[in-house]
Design a protein around this ligand. Structure first.
Ligand code: ADP
Ligand code: ZN
Length: 730
């Protein structure tokens, strides 16, 4: 953009965070403003946040045009960010103001930073030296350029605050005011590198070389859990730091524990900036501002960290790139993995997608030559993946209302004798998925959703996993009023805990499920205790499949390997394959080899067979062939259209009308399916109807969808959401 400065009174177009369909004209303020400046503008009676998006249109009565109120004291938005937001908006068919909201999610961005008093080393020595004084000075000398608040300094030195004050009087310690939004301490790329194995070293060098090219590129870093992917991509981060470029590591929200931050600290000597839902508002603001002025070299964050205003982004790592939580399913529907690639392409940055079980999308992009691929073949220090075997449930004698087969029971008993840990995996929270009345057959459902209520015995409530609504567990049937006839049907992890406790009364048992903890901290403490050996048998949901390290674990038992194969999701096979391999990967991380046993009623199912055979390439090739034949992602394009409203008839009328007037879609060869009730036909009291659009990979789908949707007027209360590349089909 050439004309990047506007003089006072010039017309500028300001994009605000308010839901308007285009930037509005304002007059540049006294002193002028730059293109990209963050500004406050009047909108009706309010003052709102905006960005100077370009020159004004000038198609509005100039007498009525108001002035920008003030330019905020933050780094202006860079061209790359402007381009990223624009292209992400086009791709996801999201209005620009909503994208801008994602990019400004920190409080009071425009306020002058508040100040606080900090302490650093002074020029003169104290007249009289004491032990306590020496301790304070030693801390300040050790930490060189850092400064501390009074409390921090006294605590680090192990002295009272009066000692520090005494040193200030003598000029040995300096007291000064500093803004609260302080730069993050510098990371040292050469602080704590490990000696890498041969294939780790080769991988690290390939990533470093890619970074030095200064061009965009994406690399899939594949290796089983424990093969050292994290060690390798931290070397790429180190190289970015050496080059003076910023790095971003994205983790699935659930994996954002302190564990990773500690690893970064061990590698680079200091903690990185953090950006996720567990970060305080003050820290969010600090992170946003420091990233924007280049005073945060590394950000570790959840998907929305992609929208931080990096000044010089050189590297984005997407760890566990296959994880479904990278797809944002609320508000702006975007896939952080795909947006990371877009952002990097605009910035000339490198992307590393790390996974033990890559998505078929990434696998296909490697096959097509768009991504490079690096493999870490063996576990660090240990050469084996756990042995996998099926337990054929058709020939096991399992009593009604119980789920642990005799074969699995024997395997657990064996581990107990040897003092090793076992993990029982069942991807179902709560006690039982169904509460059934044995008198009338009624199943208790949610009042607002088309979903059954799940019993959570630990909380003593029934809970809807769609909307979170809970109610007390009733004693009589809400349908037929029969007393004492309600019974729990099917297993959840809490119920497995009960069964396993009955089988092994002397074992120490822990049930791990996200809803059983009051706080992330409590969960972390428990997981650490388990890793130390505080538990013999762990019973867990998906939570345990991700990232936690249990060195004493040598057996994984999967209660229902068939669970994910039911249903109509086009990724059911892929997800089951990934999940089973991840869970199995928990076993045998240290010296003791592990075993994974899969309980299944269909051991001859192709997906179960390829899991057991460990034939990954075979699985991907077969899965790719099926999707190609069906013309579905990643070999075709899809969009989901969800219509929702309290009024069902409106929805079907509109849906049918949309299916009929599909000329813009037919013009690009796309087909419309539906309308049909969504698999979950009611959520939070709103009925849901969906249409599905399928097109060729090369078809200009977004433009056609936009034209198509623009033909319809939505009745009151009807909402229309377009989901490009839908991940979940609920
Ligand atoms: P992944 O990310 O593939 O699961 P990690 O990088 O977490 O693997 O490595 C697994 C464990 O092995 C970690 O505790 C890590 O510190 C250790 N490790 C990996 N490579 C090395 C190495 N070259 N030297 C020392 N420890 C290593
Ligand atoms: Zn509900």
């Amino acid at each position: 953009m050439t004309d990047s400065y506007f003089h006072a009174g010039d017309l500028v177009g300001v994009l605000t965070t308010q839901p308007l369909d285009r930037p509005l004209d304002y007059k540049a303020p006294e002193g002028g403003c730059h293109l990209g400046a963050f500004v406050e503008v009047p909108l009706g009676p309010r003052r709102v946040l905006g960005v100077v998006w370009g020159p004004g249109k000038g198609d509005f009565d100039s007498a009525k045009i108001r002035s920008v109120i003030r330019v905020l004291d933050v780094a202006p938005m860079r061209d790359e960010m402007h381009a990223f937001l624009t292209r992400a908006a086009d791709y996801t068919l999201t209005p620009l103001p909503a994208m801008l909201r994602l990019a400004t999610r920190a409080p009071r961005l425009g306020d002058a930073p508040s100040m606080r008093t900090v302490y650093r080393l002074g020029a003169s020595a104290p007249a009289r030296m004491t032990d306590a004084r020496e301790k304070v000075l030693a801390v300040l000398r050790d930490y060189g350029g850092l400064f501390f608040t009074l409390g921090e300094l006294a605590e680090m030195a192990g002295v009272g605050t009066s000692v520090v004050k005494g040193l200030v009087k003598q000029g040995a310690v300096r007291e000064e005011d500093a803004p609260r939004d302080m730069p993050y301490p510098a990371l040292d790329p050469d602080y704590g590198g490990k000696t890498l194995s041969a294939d780790q070293a080769a991988g690290a060098e390939a990533l470093r070389a890619a970074l030095r090219s200064d061009h965009y590129g994406t690399t899939l870093l594949k290796g089983v859990t424990g093969s050292g992917k994290t060690e390798v991509y931290l070397e790429a981060v180190a190289e970015a730091l050496r080059m003076g470029r910023q790095a971003l590591v994205l983790l699935p929200e659930i994996a954002l524990s302190g564990e990773f931050i500690n690893r970064v600290e061990a590698r680079f000597g200091m903690k990185p900036a953090e950006w996720h839902s567990g970060v305080t508002m003050t820290e969010r603001r600090r992170c946003w501002r420091m990233v924007g002025q280049g005073d945060a070299q590394l950000v570790v964050g959840a998907r929305s960290a992609l929208f931080l205003p990096f000044q010089n982004l050189g590297l984005i790592v997407v760890d566990e790139e296959h994880d479904t939580s990278y797809k944002q399913e609320d508000g702006v529907l975007y896939n952080a993995r795909d947006m990371a690639v877009l952002r990097a392409a605009i910035n000339g940055a490198q992307v590393v997608l790390a996974s033990a079980t890559p998505s078929l999308e990434s696998w296909a992009n490697v096959e097509a030559g768009k991504y490079k691929r690096l493999n870490l073949t063996s576990r660090f220090g240990v050469a084996v993946m756990p042995k996998m075997a099926a337990i054929d449930m058709r020939s096991e004698d399992v009593p009604g209302g119980k789920w642990v087969s005799p074969s699995l029971r024997r395997a657990i008993a064996h581990r107990l004798e040897r003092g090793e840990q076992s993990l029982i995996f069942l991807n179902r929270r709560g006690y039982a998925p169904i509460t059934l009345c044995r008198a009338c057959g009624h199943q208790i459902g949610c009042d607002h959703c088309d979903a059954r209520m799940v019993e959570h015995r630990f909380l003593k409530r029934l809970m809807c996993h769609q909307c979170g609504e809970t109610k007390p567990i009733p004693t009589k049937c809400p349908h037929c009023d029969a007393e004492g006839k309600l019974s729990a049907v099917g297993p959840g992890v809490e119920r497995m805990g009960e069964e396993v406790a009955g089988l092994f009364p002397n074992a120490r048992i822990a049930v791990l499920s996200s809803d059983l903890y009051g706080s992330a901290r409590a969960m972390k403490a428990h997981i650490e205790d388990i890793a130390q050996g505080g538990t013999d048998i762990i019973i867990g949901t998906q939570l345990v499949a991700k990232g936690h390290n249990f060195p004493l674990l040598t057996l994984v038992g999967v209660i229902d390997a068939d669970l994910g194969l039911q249903g109509s999701d086009l990724r059911a096979a892929e997800r089951t394959f990934q999940l089973m391999r991840q869970v199995a990967g928990r076993a045998g991380r240290a010296e003791t080899p592990g075993v994974a046993l899969l309980q299944t009623y269909q051991p001859e199912h192709p997906v179960i067979r390829s899991i057991l055979a460990g034939d990954e390439e075979g699985f991907w090739a077969a899965e790719a062939a099926e999707r190609k034949a069906a013309g579905v992602p990643p070999y075709g394009r899809m969009a989901g259209i969800i219509l929702s409203s309290p009024n069902l008839q409106d929805l079907f009328d509109l849906g049918a009308d949309m299916a009929r007037r599909d000329a813009p879609l037919r013009r690009i060869g796309a087909q419309v399916y539906g309308p049909a009730p969504a698999p979950i036909a009611r959520v939070r009291g709103r009925h849901r109807v969906r249409l599905l659009v399928k097109a060729d990979k090369s078809a200009p789908l977004q433009a056609a969808l936009a034209q198509w949707a623009a033909q319809f007027r939505l009745p009151a209360q009807v909402r229309l959401a377009i989901d490009i590349d839908p991940q979940s089909f609920y």
